[in-house]
Design a protein around this ligand. Structure first.
Ligand code: PLP
Length: 395
């Protein structure tokens, strides 16, 4: 006998992966360049050349530095110092190396945090739209209850009325993701302040910590010079789950961190629980080579101007074609309304033009579709007339 739940998860691919595989199959028939695959959030911009040079430097110096050896479970000391300095210099925080636990990307960071805090009967609140794996991790990694807060679709800030109604004595944490996958919205300072006030009041009412898990893989990918509020400055019981997958275009290298601020209640014990969770989940010692590489490049990003160019082109093109869409302020995703109520039917129709879009229901927000525009600008230029044709079918 094996776990039926795990077998079920293994047999059923995520919708996004399903569409991605469909695209690969279509590419064999019509040619790769004729498939407009907007399904996957795989950065198309290369990692910065400085990063490549650092990587080569580490490889050349291998013998001197036990490059491929185990590191300490929490991560290399100077790398964690670099993580602290990078945030302190940009956000005016006062972190030290002891606040950081290096991990295999945001996925590992979130699973570790959930495992570190979850107790039987706990509920985890997730404002929509949200990254679909949250539900999978909450339900399967810690047997928790995932409570979805419906989206505020006019601007994709938080629907606070529904949010407040979703908090109760069993609430252990809230997971937020800003800049947001799938809609590209960035929570304003006003939103973060209001969220913090509600959580502070709820902690007082229920007499226990309610954690904020801030999932931030897109933190640096913001447009129009926008400054994002750094969440630990507003709410003490905040975990930051970070990843270099998107900011440095390193998704396959699996590198990121969990940040446990000193301001968190019983922070030393919580940090110990994070270490325990890393151990139990088998995530000790994040990839050694890429710990070093991000340690040297922690304030760099890939060339995000490409995403800004793509955003403008795609957004203007979709609006001209008759779509309605909240303009993304960051990430490389756009989340327009579907042109028919059933967005699955809409995505099927889009496939006629080899436009591969992801239905919003998976993100907790039916009636919308996600377009991942981390593709060549030329791909968007060639796709726009097809979006236009698709829209004309509904006129
Ligand atoms: N959280 C969000 C919102 C994401 O979009 C992703 C990946 O696309 C992840 C977490 C997982 O990131 P990682 O590849 O660093 O594990």
């Amino acid at each position: 006998m094996i776990s039926q739940d795990m077998m079920g998860l293994g047999k059923k691919r995520s919708t996004i992966r399903e569409i991605f595989e469909y695209g690969n199959a279509r590419a064999k028939i019509v040619g790769r360049e004729n498939v407009f695959d907007f399904s996957l959030g795989n950065p198309n911009v290369p990692a910065p050349s400085v990063l490549t040079e650092e990587l080569k430097g580490f490889i050349d110096a291998e013998a001197a530095d036990a490059l491929h050896g185990y590191t300490s479970a929490t991560g290399i000391e100077w790398v964690r110092e670099s993580m602290a300095e990078s945030l302190n210099s940009r956000f005016g925080t006062k972190f030290s190396k002891d606040n950081f636990y290096m991990t295999c990307g945001a996925a590992a960071s979130i699973c570790i945090v959930l495992k570190a805090i979850a107790c039987p009967g706990d509920e985890f609140v997730v404002p929509a739209p949200f990254f679909p794996e949250y539900r999978c991790w909450i339900e399967n990694t810690v047997n928790g209850k995932c409570v979805i807060v419906p989206a505020r679709t006019e601007d994709f800030q938080i629907n606070f009325e529904a949010f407040e109604a979703s908090i109760n004595e069993n609430t252990k944490a809230v997971i937020i993701n800003t800049p947001n996958n799938p809609c590209g919205a960035v929570y304003s300072e006003e939103t973060i302040i209001k969220l913090s006030e509600i959580l502070k009041a709820a902690q007082k009412k229920y007499g226990h910590a309610i954690y904020l898990i801030s999932d931030e893989p897109y933190r640096e990918i913001v447009f129009d010079g926008l400054k994002i509020p750094f969440v630990t400055k507003y709410y003490d019981n905040t975990f930051v789950c970070y990843s270099f997958s998107k900011s440095l275009s390193l998704p396959g290298e699996r590198i990121g961190y969990v940040l446990v601020p000193d301001e968190m209640e019983d922070s030393k014990d919580v940090y110990a629980a994070v270490c325990g969770a890393g151990r139990v989940l088998g995530y000790v010692c994040a990839p050694s080579l890429f710990q070093r590489v991000v340690g040297k490049c922690s304030i760099l990003t890939s060339d995000i101007t490409v995403y800004e160019t793509n955003r403008k082109l795609l957004y203007d093109g979709l609006i001209n074609a008759g779509f309605s869409c909240v303009k993304p302020q960051g990430t490389f995703y756009m989340f327009p309304r579907s042109l028919e109520a059933d967005e699955y039917a809409f995505c099927e129709r889009a496939k006629k033009y080899d436009l591969l879009l992801v239905p919003g229901t998976d993100f907790g927000c039916p009636g919308h579709v996600r377009i991942a525009y981390c593709v060549k600008t030329e791909t968007i230029e060639r796709a726009l007339p097809l979006f236009d044709k698709l829209a004309k079918e509904y006129k």
